[in-house]
Design a protein around this ligand. Structure first.
Ligand code: SF4
Length: 108
């Protein structure tokens, strides 16, 4: 989901409330639960459900990506999570650290 750290990416991005968060701070939010790396489907009511099918690059035991640094190059449609993407990503679970962060920032 998130890109590897590099000096040029440490410049930060806008928080919902206008503050700047560095890439390192942003990446540190992730709980490494791996829920975002399982395929999603819609049930008959149109609700997003998480399937048991994971990305082939997810280590099921550690719940970490085996190709994290080059995940955007391996053709799995991995999405880079940013505050803007997270705000619109209904497929992310409610207890995703980024969803909680964005929701909490919105409530301020
Ligand atoms: S669901 Fe959220 S907290 Fe869990 S691994 Fe994915 S980005 Fe990190």
């Amino acid at each position: 989901m998130l890109s590897a750290l590099s000096p040029e990416k440490m410049s930060g991005q806008r928080r919902a409330g206008g503050e700047v968060v560095t890439t390192a701070e942003w990446e540190a939010l992730c709980r490494r639960c791996g829920q975002c790396c399982f395929e999603k489907d819609l049930d008959r009511r149109g609700r997003v459900v998480t399937t048991r099918v994971s990305c082939r690059h997810l280590d099921i035991v550690s719940r970490t990506c085996r190709v994290y640094r080059k995940r955007f190059e391996v053709g799995e449609d991995c999405v880079k999570l940013t505050p803007t993407v997270v705000r619109d990503a209904l497929w992310l679970p409610e207890d995703c650290a980024y969803v909680e962060y964005v929701v909490n920032r919105r409530d301020r």
